[in-house]
Design a protein around this ligand. Structure first.
Ligand code: PLP
Length: 382
C-alpha cells in the first residue's frame, strides 16, 4: 500500500500540533501590536516576551540576548554584516561547506575588501583544527562556522573551536540551524558570541528565525527606524510566528532525549542499505553527526532520477541542500570532501525527524533497494 514517507527534515519539518495550537489565537484573537499601550497591545507584548523566554531557556542564555528575525538566512547575513560593518580588523574565517546564507555574505564582504579564509574539510567532512589555529591572527575580526552540516549532518567541534577563537580575540558566530532543538546547548557558558537558528527546522513555523547575540557584543542594526528587538531590528513583530517558535522551543526541550531513538532508526536503515546495496557508501563521519541524517551515495546511479522515482512512491528525500535542488551541479560540500567522482551524482540525503517511524524506514528501504537494482539493470542493458 502506498504511503507518504517524509525524509527531508533537514529542509523543513512538519509543524507540531502544540505549535499550531499556540499560534492560532494570535492570528485573530490576540491581534494587537506589541508596541500599542492598550490592553490588546500589552497582551501581544506579553506573549512576545514569553516566547523570547522560551527560546532563551532552550539555549540557556538571557532573554535579552535573543533577537527574532524572519529566517536563519537573515540571521546569518545580519551576524556577518553586522560585525564586519563595524569591525576595525579585516580578516574573516569560514569554511568551504557552509550554507549559502553564510557563503553569500562572505563573498559580498570579500568584495568590500575583507580577506576571507575558507577552511577545508577532510573526506569525512571534519574540520582541521590546526588549519584553523594557523589561520587565526590578531587581524581576525570574525570566525563563522556551522555546528552541523545540513547535507551530511557532520558536527564541527564547536567548543574546541570557540576556545581557539577566544584566544585570538575574534568574535565567534555559529550557524546552528540544524542543531537547535536537537542537541542540548548552553550558551551562557560557551565561547559563542552570535548563533543563528530557524523555527521550521525543529517543528516550528516557517518565516521565523532568530539570532543569539551575547550582551555587549558590537553589532550594527539589521533594520533601522523603530524600537523593536531592542532597537536593532525595526518593524512590527510577527507575533503568531514568534509564539510558534517559542512553543517549538519548549516542546523541543521536553522531547530532546527522543533523538536517540531517531538515531537508532537511522542506523538500522543505513546499515541495511550499505550491506545490501553493492557499491553504496555513507558520505560523512559515521559517529560524529546528527542522529537525524544519513547521506548515502550509489555508484552508477543518477541521484536526481532516483529522487524522482522515490517521490512517485511517496518517499521524499533530497539530493543536497534544498536551496540548491533543481540544479544538477555537484554539491560544493561533497566536492570539498573530495568524494570519488563515481559517487558524486548518485548522492541522496535522507533526513529523519521525531515524526519518523520504523514502518516509514522499512517502506523507504524496500523501495530504495528495488529502484537501485532496476536502474542498474537498465544501465547495463542500455
Ligand atoms: N543554515 C543552515 C545550516 C541551513 O540548513 C539552512 C536551511 O536549510 C539555513 C541556514 C537557512 O535557514 P532558513 O531557511 O531559515 O533561511
Amino acid at each position: 500500500m502506498k504511503r507518504e514517507v517524509y525524509l527531508d527534515n533537514n529542509a523543513t519539518t512538519r509543524m507540531a500540533d502544540e505549535v499550531y495550537e499556540a499560534m492560532m489565537p494570535c492570528l485573530q484573537k490576540f491581534y494587537g501590536n506589541p508596541s500599542s499601550v492598550h490592553a490588546l497591545g500589552r497582551e501581544a507584548a506579553s506573549r512576545l516576551e514569553k516566547a523570547r523566554g522560551q527560546v532563551a531557556q532552550l539555549l540557556d542564555c538571557c532573554s535579552e540576548e535573543i533577537y527574532f528575525t524572519s529566517t536563519a538566512s537573515e540571521s546569518n547575513n545580519w551576524a556577518i554584516g553586522g560585525v564586519l560593518s563595524t569591525a576595525k580588523k579585516n580578516h574573516v574565517i569560514t569554511s568551504r561547506v557552509e550554507h549559502p546564507s553564510v557563503q553569500g555574505p562572505m563573498n559580498f564582504w570579500e568584495k568590500q575588501g575583507f580577506r576571507v579564509t575558507r577552511l577545508g574539510v577532510n573526506e569525512k567532512g571534519l574540520l582541521d583544527l590546526d588549519e584553523l589555529e594557523k589561520a587565526l591572527s590578531s587581524q581576525t575580526a570574525l570566525v563563522s562556522l556551522m555546528y552541523a552540516n545540513n547535507e551530511t549532518g557532520v558536527l564541527f567541534p564547536i567548543e574546541k573551536i570557540g576556545d581557539l577563537v577566544k584566544k585570538s580575540g575574534a568574535l565567534f558566530h555559529v550557524d546552528a540551524v540544524q542543531v537547535v532543538g536537537k542537541i542540548p546547548l548552553s550558551l551562557k557558558n560557551s565561547s559563542i558570541d552570535l548563533l543563528s537558528f530557524s523555527g521550521h527546522k525543529f517543528h516550528g513555523p516557517k518565516g521565523i528565525g532568530g539570532l543569539f547575540l551575547r550582551q555587549d557584543t558590537r553589532l550594527n542594526s539589521m533594520i533601522r527606524g523603530g524600537h523593536q528587538e531592542f532597537g536593532r531590528r525595526a518593524g512590527t513583530e510577527a507575533l503568531p510566528q514568534i509564539v510558534g517558535l517559542g512553543a517549538a522551543a519548549s516542546l523541543a526541550q521536553r522531547r530532546m532525549l527522543r533523538y536517540a531513538e531517531v538515531g537508532e532508526l537511522r542506523d538500522d536503515f543505513e546499515r541495511s542499505v550499505l550491506e545490501e546495496i553493492p557499491q553504496s557508501l555513507r558520505v560523512g563521519h559515521e559517529k560524529n553527526r546528527l542522529a537525524t541524517t544519513t547521506h548515502l551515495s550509489f555508484a552508477k546511479i543518477e541521484g536526481a532520477v532516483l529522487l524522482h522515482s522515490l517521490s512517485k512512491a511517496g518517499i521524499y528525500v533530497s539530493s543536497g541542500a534544498a536551496c540548491s535542488s533543481g540544479s544538477l551541479d555537484p554539491s560544493p560540500t561533497l566536492m570539498a570532501m573530495g568524494l570519488d567522482p563515481e559517487y558524486l551524482s548518485g548522492a541522496l540525503r535522507f533526513s529523519l525527524s521525531l515524526d519518523t517511524t520504523k514502518e516509514d524506514m522499512e517502506y523507504a528501504k524496500n523501495h530504495l533497494f528495488a529502484l537501485v537494482k532496476k536502474f542498474r539493470l537498465l544501465g547495463e542493458i542500455c
